[in-house]
Design a protein around this ligand. Structure first.
Ligand SMILES: *Cc1c(COP(=O)(O)O)cnc(C)c1O
Ligand SMILES: [Zn+2]
Length: 450
């Protein structure tokens, strides 16, 4: 019989709690919790049999197992009643071979995992399906939960709101006023969430939500709730699955609150423990220079960690100075021979634009990861022969304001890949002239983009 429980991450404590208990931090020592699975019953099925099972389910219409998350149900939330699963067919996103961008950077085997091509447009769906399903399960077992709440930099709230809408559960979202995109603001509004716009930053919203969720009737949906990590950990498993169960050499992931990097690591640990893989990738966390507490700690070999005041960054979803999951992230980076690197505003914006120009349509956080890739290739820390996967965290359509400003060159730096529309009178002659001009210019432009 498969089983999983919450366990304190503090090695000296290790207190455990059932998954249907309303709890986010250890009652004994205050540390974060994580979901741990009893590996013994899971290991009764061979690695080959797991692979066969996962492949049989992958992207089929066999509800809910066609979902990228629930196709791995036994590894995620084994005992939930299928009738309580709230799935919007999340995961199963394409793994894009960035052939043209790779060529420009001198690397052949570059792949982008397009996690934003999912129901609410970001990887947050992967975790939210698990959390909201567990809430629905608890409510159906009589738990007194009236609503689910989160603080958000935009994507968590969009995902929470839409899963709650599908389940018929009230969502409450706390957003930092003026610090998220219009698309991200309208998403929870459309889904019927109670939207609170607070005149503070994400860290300020996080402090408030932790207080209001002390009331047992309001369940906390931030990633300090480790149920989300269980869903998000499927991203690493899915990447390996998409490579026919081969492990890439390097994975680059943008990091803010740092739940996702620990989730990524957990997926690999589980595959290794159950014999599906025999090696690990190297994991790189990419941070915006304006919100870089993990990078600063990395420079000191993680000997200490100091929160920072996050400054305004175009990569708004990772504008976080006091990441909740920092201890988990450091543990992951130590296990996965990790690197942390940062990107400036100009570097992230140019990298995002270059990604777009070569066939993506990505978000500024993906831009941070691409900029870090470029830096690490230059520094020789990633070898050009390696297979590299960049995790693209959200859909570019959520960030059109950023893209408009870039292409209008309104960001206060050169915006060297800006592409301006050509204005022309509506006559064939004028359009022909304009085309001739524009195509001539293109010919004379050097292809050396980097
Ligand atoms: C949430 C988010 C991140 C950061 O993930 P963490 O788990 O907070 O580190 C990165 N990019 C996007 C688009 C996000 O929504
Ligand atoms: Zn504890």
């Amino acid at each position: 019989m498969y089983s999983a429980k919450f366990q304190c991450i503090n090695e000296e404590c290790r207190e455990s709690y059932p998954l249907d208990k309303i709890i986010y931090q250890c009652e004994r020592c205050g540390s974060l919790l994580e979901v741990v699975h009893d590996l013994k019953p899971l290991s009764h099925r061979s690695a080959a049999a797991w692979i066969k099972l996962f492949d049989e389910r992958y992207k089929t219409n066999q509800w809910p197992y066609g979902s990228g998350v629930w196709g791995k149900k036994e590894w995620v939330l084994p005992n939930i009643d299928d009738r309580n699963i709230v799935s919007l067919y999340e995961g199963g996103t394409n793994l894009f071979w960035a052939e043209r961008l790779g060529k420009m950077l001198g690397i052949e085997d570059l792949w982008i995992k397009m996690c934003g091509n999912t129901h609410s447009g970001s990887f947050k769906d992967l975790g939210m399906t698990v959390l909201v399903s567990q809430v629905k399960n608890m409510i159906s077992n009589g738990a007194p939960i009236k609503a689910v709440a989160c603080a958000s930099t935009g994507d968590t709230s969009a995902a929470l709101a839409v899963y709650c809408a599908a389940a018929g559960i009230q969502a409450i979202v706390l957003l930092p006023k003026g610090k998220i995109s219009t698309a991200q603001l309208i998403q929870p509004i459309c889904s019927g969430a109670l939207v609170l716009s607070l005149d503070t930053d994400f860290d300020g919203c996080m402090r408030v939500v932790q207080e209001i969720t002390k009331d047992e009737g309001i369940y906390l949906a931030n990633s300090m709730n480790s149920l989300r990590i269980e869903g998000q950990k499927t991203v690493g498993i899915e990447i390996v699955q998409q490579f026919e169960w081969e492990v890439p050499d390097v994975i680059i992931i943008p990091g803010g609150n740092l739940g996702n990097v620990s989730a990524l690591g957990n997926g690999f640990l589980m595959m290794k423990n159950l014999g599906l893989i025999s090696k690990f990738p190297r994991i790189v966390v990419a941070q915006a220079q304006k919100a870089n507490p993990l990078y600063l700690s990395y420079l000191q070999n993680f000997e200490e960690f100091k929160p920072v005041k996050a400054e305004k960054t175009l990569a708004s979803a990772i504008q976080i100075g006091n990441p909740v999951s920092v201890q988990k992230a450091i543990r992951t980076l130590k296990t996965f021979n990790g690197i942390v690197e940062q990107a400036s505003e100009e570097e992230l914006a140019d990298a995002a634009a270059l990604g777009d120009k070569t066939g993506m349509f990505n978000c500024p956080h993906t831009g941070v990861a691409l900029a870090v890739l470029i830096k690490l290739l230059k520094q020789g820390k990633i070898d050009k022969s390696e297979r590299v996967v960049v995790i693209s965290t959200a859909h570019g359509l959520k960030f059109t304001e950023f893209k408009v400003q870039y292409h209008e060159k309104k960001l206060g730096f050169a915006c060297r890949f800006a592409n301006r529309p050509v204005e022309s009178p509506p006559t064939v002659e004028a359009v022909k002239d304009a085309l001739e001009q524009a195509l001539k210019q293109k010919d004379s432009q050097s292809p050396g983009l980097i």
